[in-house]
Design a binder for this molecule. Structure first.
Ligand code: 5GP
Ligand code: MG
Ligand code: MG
Length: 181
């Protein structure tokens, strides 16, 4: 285990079994329908790549880049840095995928943005869900795991740009946050 990690919440085996379950739900939902998985970079990149490989029906893949947490652990304004082209959105059934649903502001603004650009439908899928912190009315249509109100890293989730490459999800030791928050 990495020195900065205090506890592991989900190990690799648990993560993959949660993803298998959600992939089966998605396969049943979208069978016979043409859809596009839209990953929110950077946090969802590892989740999306494990997820789509377990969905054995035709799909397209797109990404957008949005960031709300800058260097710290408190939510800031949402920046849209990169968006799919219009022909990837207009008239399409989209599955918006993010690493974690916290206050819900990110998913809620992104869903509205995609709808305003002509998507036929936008459903949401998250790797982690922190319902305790919800500030807007939004529940993910699909989710792998619920987590308590604590800041987690790994499996795509970062703190100040680091720890995305950990193959598990864990909580950081308090001293790692140092004086930055
Ligand atoms: P929301 O807009 O729902 O408040 O925040 C969602 C975004 O905040 C996520 O995409 C993620 O980037 C970041 N975030 C929220 N909670 C956590 C957390 O516990 N750990 C990490 N690493 N990022 C988080
Ligand atoms: Mg994010
Ligand atoms: Mg982040």
């Amino acid at each position: 285990m990495h020195d900065d990690i205090e506890t592991v919440l989900f190990d690799e085996r648990e993560i993959l079994s949660g993803i298998d379950r959600v992939a089966a739900e998605l396969t049943a939902t979208y069978r016979g329908a043409d859809f596009t998985v839209v990953g929110v970079l950077k946090g969802s990149c590892i989740f999306v790549s494990d997820l789509v490989r377990r969905i054995p029906i035709p799909l397209e893949l797109a990404f957008l880049a949005a960031s709300s947490y800058r260097d710290g652990t408190t939510s800031g304004e949402l920046d849209l840095n990169f968006f799919p082209s219009e022909n990837e959105i207009a008239g399409r059934r989209l599955l918006l995928v993010d690493d974690i649903l916290d206050t819900g502001r990110t998913m809620s603004s992104l869903r509205a943005e995609l709808m305003s650009r002509g998507a036929a439908e936008v459903r949401t899928c998250v790797f982690l869900d922190k319902p305790a912190r919800r500030a807007v009315e939004l529940n993910a249509d699909f989710r792998c795991f619920e987590v308590d109100d604590l800041f987690v890293v790994g499996y795509g989730l970062d703190y100040a740009g680091r720890y995305r490459n950990l193959p598990y999800v864990g909580a950081l030791k308090p001293e790692v946050y140092g004086a930055s928050v």
